[in-house]
Each structure stands twice: as structure tokens, then as C-alpha cells.
Ligand binder design. Structure first.
Ligand SMILES: C[S@@+](CC[C@H](N)C(=O)[O-])C[C@H]1O[C@@H](n2cnc3c(N)ncnc32)[C@H](O)[C@@H]1O
Length: 425
């Protein structure tokens, strides 16, 4: 039974995709129990199942690209299936995480990491331990937990272990840091759990429990790290998907990806705690700058930068009715109209750049979500379909794969196409 959103869709020659799909099996939730995929939660990650459907028929000659790496789901799934894959992200923490997941760990790395907790003392360490310069850090962790986390982090930093072993320890640390925080991931982005308790905070763990939790999470990380994986197959690169040729060489035969949606979700906001602990951020200004570089970022100074942003006449959005849609959003909020306009201008830059790194005949699959600002629908999937046509792609199809749980008109789609330079306009 087709939904009304599906009736909007059109197909020329469909690129094969099995018509399965339903809800949880398509989101990050399905990854949490899947070995390396479950190391850290990234809310907008899609599931391994979705990638597997596309990857299964591929062979050794294929080279897959994911220009929006996130938690690395695409490239890790490819490597698990013996397929080569490269992935790019603008966020250095996500690049580190992905490469940690793609590593073939040797027994010696696992043994080093396994031995680490035996000498670990989190209680009674002296007062002046470093903790990240997060604004309002007392909203994140109870002081006792924060102190124990600081002691754990210092011990990991100082441990005499190899870098792969340290990466395993840091992965387990990140999980403990987020589990002991007062952050709730109950919806699309994060929020703080309500405060209670006499001093307004809940002491959730304390040093002994925190060490116990760390050991548990470390064992899970190590179990996943023991799974054999060819470490030469997947690589994550720090780069900008609007300038892919600067970091990639080679011609890719498939793209499987999920770019940010035009929905004002900030990855930096969600990832801040990890990024501050691991030294990828040291102040709020940097966080805002990084979000401004990301497509669809609106955190901190990214929002004020938007007020000064002006469309580039050399990068028009080739979609009938686009300016009318932007105008209707502007009637309610000029900053939101700037946001949507810039988002699609960045998509145009991405597709221009993508065309430089694809093999002729390459198939691409973009998982995207539509949005609604006030009463104005933004049909992201249809705009992507048109942008693909304009950038040398043919056989464009749009498939509605799931309803998102927030507003009733919001869906997720796979927009697929084949690269055929001859169709470039
Ligand atoms: C929806 S998430 C990808 C989720 C991924 N499919 C997964 O399963 O984890 C989009 C990603 O695009 C990244 N991103 C945003 N702007 C970018 C840019 N200009 N270049 C490269 N990556 C970018 C964000 O940092 C984020 O990790």
C-alpha cells in the first residue's frame, strides 16, 4: 500500500534495491548490538541492514564511496563483506572513530587493552585532574563521576600501550562517559535529563561503579575487535564532500551515503562531549566554526554567520519552484530560509565535486529525509533527484523507505541514480 508521499515519486529505470524496510531495522538502533557498529551511538546513523541490501551483490572490483561518513556504517559494512570502501567526513572525531572501527586488531593489541584495568585506581586520585572545558560541565556529570572519568582518561593517556590498544580503550571510555552523563538521547538530538536530588544532581555511579562499567564496556569493545576484518579495505579521510578530489584519488563505482538532512540537526552538538574529551575541540567558538563548515550546521556562530550569508549566483539550485519555496519560508523566518538555501547550494557543490571522482556507470544511493518549516514542505528527495539529473546522472529513482517518528509528513527516502556523463547538462 503506497503512502501519499510515495505517490509523489517517479521512476525512470530503477536501480535495483530490494523493497524491504521497516523502521528500527533501518536506523542506528539496529547497529547497537552489531559488534563494531555498536561502539558508539550516532543518532542519525543508518543501519548496517540498509547498506547490506545494496552491498550484497557487489564484487571485488567495486569501490564504494561514502562522502558523509558519520559513524562509518557504510565503509565498515563494505569491509565486512570484503568490498573496498573509502569514506570522508568533515568531523575529525568521526574520522578517528571510523578508522578505529576499520582496524584489524592483532591479539597483542587486544591483550594490552585487556590488561589495562588491572592497575587502574579511580578512587582517591588527587584533586587537580584535567577535565574538558565544556560550558556548564556540571550539567553533564556529577562532580564525583567527573572526577573518576578524569582519572580514567588520564590513565588511558599515560598508559604504555600501542596506539591501536589505546584506541580500543578510548572507545570504551567514550561509552562510559556518555552513559554516566545526564544527557538524554530520547529524540532526534540530545538534551539534558531533568535534575533532581538535594544538590540538584544525581550521583549516578561513583568511582567503583564507573570502573566496573568501564571494564564491561571494554570487554564488549574487545569482543567486537576480535572479529576478523581485513584492515586494508576501508579508510576514512578528513575532508569536505564539496571538495572530494582534494582527498580522494580514484574512481568509485558506488556511492552509498546519508548526507545531513535540512532539519537543523547539529552533529557537533551531539558529539561535543567526546570531542572535548579527546581534544578535538577546546572551546565553543571552535565548535561553532566546525558546524559552520558542515553542511546543514547551525550550532553557535554558524547561526549568526547565516544571517550574513548570501547565495552564490554561480551555484543556482536547478529545481522548479525552489525560490518560491525559499520565499515562503522567508515570510516566517529569514534565517531559516537562508539555512535551507545554503543547504541546497552546498549540495550543488557536493554533486559537482562528486562527478570528478566517479567511474562512468557508477550507481549512487542517497538516503535523505524531507523537512517542513512552518507550513512549507521541503521535498529534499525531489530536489536531490533533480540535482542528480543536472550533474550527469540518469535512471533516477526515489523510494520512500520509512516514516520518521517525529511529524507525520516526514519520511526517509533512497534516491538512486547512475552516473552517465553524457547526460550532464
Ligand atoms: C547523517 S550523518 C551520516 C551518518 C552515517 N550514514 C552513519 O551511518 O553513521 C552526516 C555526516 O555528514 C558529515 N558532514 C557534514 N558536512 C560535511 C561536509 N561538508 N563534508 C564531509 N562530511 C560532512 C557530518 O559530520 C555527519 O557525520
Amino acid at each position: 500500500m503506497k503512502t501519499s508521499a510515495q505517490q509523489l515519486l517517479f521512476a525512470e529505470e530503477p536501480v535495483a534495491l530490494a523493497p524491504t524496510r521497516r523502521h528500527e531495522s533501518l536506523t542506528f538502533k539496529a547497529n547497537l548490538s552489531l559488534g563494531r557498529h555498536g561502539w558508539l551511538r550516532l543518532t542519525p546513523a543508518y543501519s548496517r541492514h540498509l547498506v547490506e541490501e545494496i552491498v550484497r551483490p557487489l564484487g571485488k572490483r567495486d569501490r564504494v564511496l561514502d562522502p558523509f561518513c558519520g559513524a562509518g556504517t557504510t565503509a565498515l559494512t563494505c569491509a565486512e563483506h570484503g568490498i573496498r570502501a573509502d569514506t570522508v567526513d568533515i568531523n575529525p572525531f568521526l574520522v578517528w572513530l571510523a578508522n578505529a572501527k576499520f582496524t584489524a586488531y592483532e591479539t597483542s593489541h587486544i591483550e594490552e587493552a585487556k590488561a589495562f584495568p588491572s592497575a587502574l585506581r579511580l578512587a582517591g586520585s588527587n584533586g587537580n585532574l584535567w577535565h574538558p572545558p565544556l560550558h556548564d560541565i556540571e550539567k553533564w556529570w556529577h562532580p564525583r563521576d567527573l572526577h573518576a572519568l578524569s582519572a580514567l582518561f588520564a590513565a588511558i593517556k599515560d598508559a604504555e600501550v600501542s596506539q591501536p590498544a589505546r584506541n580500543l580503550l578510548i572507545s570504551a571510555f567514550c561509552r562510559v562517559a556518555i552513559e554516566t552523563s545526564a544527557v538524554s538521547f530520547g529524540h532526534q538530538s540530545m538534551s539534558f535529563k531533568p535534575r533532581n536530588g538535594e544538590d540538584g544532581m544525581v550521583d549516578m555511579h561513583g568511582p567503583a561503579n564507573l570502573k566496573g562499567l568501564f571494564i564491561k564496556r571494554l570487554h564488549e569493545v574487545l569482543d567486537a575487535a576480535r572479529t576478523p576484518l581485513d584492515g586494508s579495505l576501508a579508510h576514512a579521510y578528513l575532508g569536505d564532500s564539496r571538495r572530494l578530489h582534494e582527498v580522494l584519488s580514484g574512481k568509485y563505482t558506488r556511492v552509498i551515503t546519508s548526507p545531513p538532512y535540512p532539519n537543523r540537526m547539529s552533529y557537533i552538538r551531539e558529539l561535543r562531549p567526546y570531542m572535548y574529551w579527546l581534544g578535538y575541540l577546546s572551546d565553543g567558538r571552535q565548535a561553532g566554526d566546525l558546524d559552520w563548515q558542515a553542511i546543514g550546521g547551525t550550532w553557535g556562530c554558524a547561526t549568526s554567520n547565516l544571517t550574513r550569508w548570501r547565495p552564490d549566483p554561480a551555484a543556482p539550485i536547478p529545481f522548479d519552484g525552489f525560490l518560491d519555496m525559499i520565499g515562503r519560508i522567508a515570510q516566517r523566518s529569514s534565517i531559516l530560509s537562508q539555512y535551507v538555501h545554503k543547504y541546497f547550494e552546498d549540495c550543488v557543490r557536493h554533486f559537482r565535486s562528486l562527478a570528478r571522482v566517479l567511474a562512468k556507470g557508477a550507481a549512487v544511493h542517497y538516503i535523505v529525509g524531507n523537512s517542513k518549516f512552518y507550513d512549507v514542505m521541503v521535498h529534499t528527495e525531489l530536489i536531490y533527484a533533480q540535482l542528480l539529473r543536472e550533474h550527469g546522472f540518469a535512471n533516477v529513482t526515489v523510494e520512500n523507505i520509512r516514516k520518521r517518528n517525529s511529524k507525520k509528513e516526514l519520511f526517509e527516502f533512497v534516491v538512486s541514480a547512475r552516473f552517465s556523463t553524457s547526460s550532464a547538462r
